[in-house]
Design a binder for this molecule. Structure first.
Ligand code: ADP
Ligand code: ZN
Length: 644
């Protein structure tokens, strides 16, 4: 809780700054009070008009005085004319009295003339009261001033105005520890040293070890980079500064740079601490023009580099940065002494996903029937943020349904919401469109079901989703796969073109609904040819190189033009071969295709099991047929294969 506890060496560092801002505040407070007093006296004074003593004496001689108040230094008096006016319009006069004048005698004299005389009560503690009054006022104004300057960020009034409103978030304690981060064991291990260093910078300094200044967390969005950085701060029990790279990017030249300066200044005050820069690629992109850059960004980057080089790491500042595009970062950022450590934060595997689900369901009441492993299996490719979202959606759904605990159905439905977008019930498809979508989806599913190497289909639906998909076929991998055989990839390719094949076979049309399938099929075929060495034309050669490794695998060709043309031709051939093969397959199973599609049209959503009963029934039917006519060799062979 107590911050000063963590950094006993805090006060000496602040010494340089404090007095200056303190004196500024003091002076400003004094000026405010002075001005206030002068103005107050002026307002109060304007109620009386000063006259000279002669005039007072004349009025007195004429017996023209109505009232007089005799103070130690002055007489305030009211003439008879004024006294006859209504109270609001009366104008009193005053004139000075020399110090030591015999006010009592003057009073008696006036009394004799029938003037109403008043002596103000002078309490002997009035000076004390006055002092007290000023002290309280001074204190009040001073505190107010300090509050205002604090609010304006930073130290001193002037500093506060200069510092722009960069969105620096400082958390004294993040409250996040490694326990809250599921999986990511390698990343945690690499970060452990940083934690140790933050705990005890001196230990490293003593031995003369070069201390790490920064580490780059690399991984897809939502994999938990921010979470990890926070956990490092939590484990080390140090404050956590976070800012997003895009906050540095401003229209005005110089603002970004001043924000960087400001950030490091603030951090230096509370060291040891963690500075976390999210989306560092926004400022740190390479300065060569290939990715487009401008002078503002360059200035900001230079400032950042300067600050990183500048701070004394023995104080215990560690700079963590996150990106999903390390390849576009300026090389200068990655040089030793800067973000030279790279920590990969991968998409979670099956175990990682299961752990993530467990972490996020810790505080959620789960029904007996919940099987997190099943959810983990179904969510291959999902990142931690997706899973957190999924669990929350499930909990919300349980509340909507007025249940006390989250059950498996909640989780499964939320899975679809998160992965495929919420069911969009109001998209109205015409009947013809619906038929095409149904055949398209069944086309995918049937290919997947009929090819024996494939994963079973878990669900087919033609209910449109907000993600834009008019329908989808959900495959459920039983286990995580890291290795894929040629055969499996070919099956995947055929499954992908299954939708378009069904459209062509049944309706003789080609629709835009297959666009995404075609993209994915093309990418897959391209990978097979250019990366996996799975084509006859190129053989083992891999002219492709991968970039954007952490976002998605996209292949870029790095070869002669002839080879590139060959790759293109080969990809084209693979795709058209696959399409032809699938069209043939669907023609052979046309009856099954119609049956399942009509059933899907009537129910809108069918499960994988329902699909399999149709598929198996067809299998039995053909078996019976072939048993009736066991004459040809082919027929008995097909019987064997279908039994196997
Ligand atoms: P990134 O910074 O990589 O985009 P975040 O750290 O912001 O991702 O993650 C977003 C949210 O996803 C986190 O707040 C957390 O709830 C959840 N999350 C991500 N990865 C994990 C993980 N490994 N374990 C637990 N929760 C995670
Ligand atoms: Zn499709």
């Amino acid at each position: 809780m107590d911050n000063s506890h963590n950094n006993p060496d805090k006060s000496p560092k602040e010494d340089g700054k404090r007095p200056r801002s303190l004196i500024t505040s003091l002076i400003i407070t004094a000026v405010i009070i002075l001005v206030f007093t002068v103005v107050y006296n002026m307002i109060v004074g304007s109620r009386y008009t000063e006259t000279d003593y002669t005039q007072f004496a004349q009025e007195m001689d004429k017996g023209n005085l109505a009232e007089a108040e005799i103070r130690t230094d002055r007489i305030i008096y009211l003439t008879k004319e004024q006294a006859s006016l209504p109270a609001g319009q009366q104008k009193a006069y005053y004139t000075g009295l020399p110090l030591g004048a015999d006010t009592l005698e003057l009073g008696d004299q006036l009394l004799d003339m029938g003037v109403k005389v008043k002596f103000p009560i002078v309490e002997d503690n009035s000076t004390l009261l006055m002092i007290l009054y000023y002290v309280v006022m001074f204190g009040g104004v001073f505190l107010l001033m300090r509050m205002i300057t604090k609010r304006m960020s930073g130290d001193g009034l002037m500093g506060g105005i200069g510092a722009s409103k960069a969105k620096v978030y400082m958390e004294k304690q993040t409250g996040v520890t490694f326990k809250d981060v599921a999986g990511q064991d390698e990343a945690k291990e690499s970060l452990q040293e940083i934690i140790d260093f933050l705990h005890n910078p001196q230990k490293y300094a003593d031995i003369g070890a070069k201390l790490p200044k920064g580490a780059l967390l690399v991984g897809s969005p939502g994999t938990g980079k921010t979470l990890l950085a926070k956990a490092v701060a939590g484990e080390a029990n140090v404050p956590f500064f976070s800012i997003s790279g895009s906050d540095f990017v401003e229209m005005f030249v110089g603002v970004g740079a001043s924000r960087v300066r400001d950030l490091f200044q603030q951090a230096a005050k509370v060291a040891p601490c963690i500075i976390f820069i999210d989306e560092i690629d926004a400022v740190g992109r390479s300065r060569d023009s290939r990715y487009g850059s401008n002078s503002e960004q360059e200035q900001t980057l230079n400032q950042l580099l300067g600050e990183i080089d500048g701070f004394d790491s023995s104080k215990g500042i560690v700079c963590l940065a996150a990106t999903n595009r390390p390849e576009i970062l300026d090389k200068a950022l990655l040089r030793p002494g800067r973000f030279d450590r790279r920590i990969i934060v991968d998409r979670p595997n099956l175990q990682g996903r299961l752990d993530t689900l467990k972490v996020h369901t810790r505080k959620i009441k789960l029904a007996e029937d919940v099987d997190l492993r099943k959810i983990a299996q179904a969510t291959a490719g999902a990142v931690g943020a997706d899973l957190a979202n999924l669990v929350n959606e499930a909990a919300l759904r349980a509340v909507r349904h007025k249940r006390k605990a989250v059950n498996q159905e909640d989780l499964m439905v939320s899975f679809e919401t998160v992965i495929a977008g919420t069911e969009k019930k109001n998209t109205v498809l015409t009947d013809m469109e619906k038929r095409i979508v149904a055949y398209h989806e069944v086309g995918h599913a049937l290919v997947a079901a009929l090819e024996n190497h494939t994963q079973p289909v878990s669900k087919i639906t033609i209910v449109p989703h907000t993600s834009g998909a008019l329908g989808y076929t959900m495959q459920m991998p039983e286990e995580e796969k890291y290795l894929h055989t040629l055969q499996e990839l070919e099956t995947e390719l055929r499954t992908l073109v299954g939708g378009r094949a069904a459209e062509e076979v049944v309706f003789g049309v080609q629709t835009t609904g297959a666009a995404n399938d075609i993209q994915r099929a093309t990418a897959l075929a391209k990978n097979m040819v250019a990366q996996y060495g799975m084509s006859k034309a190129l053989g083992l050669m891999a002219p492709g190189s991968v970039s954007h490794q952490y976002l998605e695998t996209q292949t870029y060709l790095d070869c002669s033009q002839e080879t590139a043309a060959l790759v293109d031709r080969e990809v084209q051939k693979m795709l058209s071969d696959a399409l032809e093969a699938v069209k043939e397959l669907l023609r052979q199973h046309r009856g099954l295709l119609d049956e399942v599609s009509l059933y899907l049209l009537s129910k809108e959503t069918i499960t994988g099991e329902e699909l399999m009963t149709y598929v198996n029934r067809e299998g039995e039917a053909t078996r019976e047929e072939s048993q009736e006519v066991p004459e040809t060799q082919e027929a008995s062979q097909s019987q064997e294969t279908s039994e196997a």
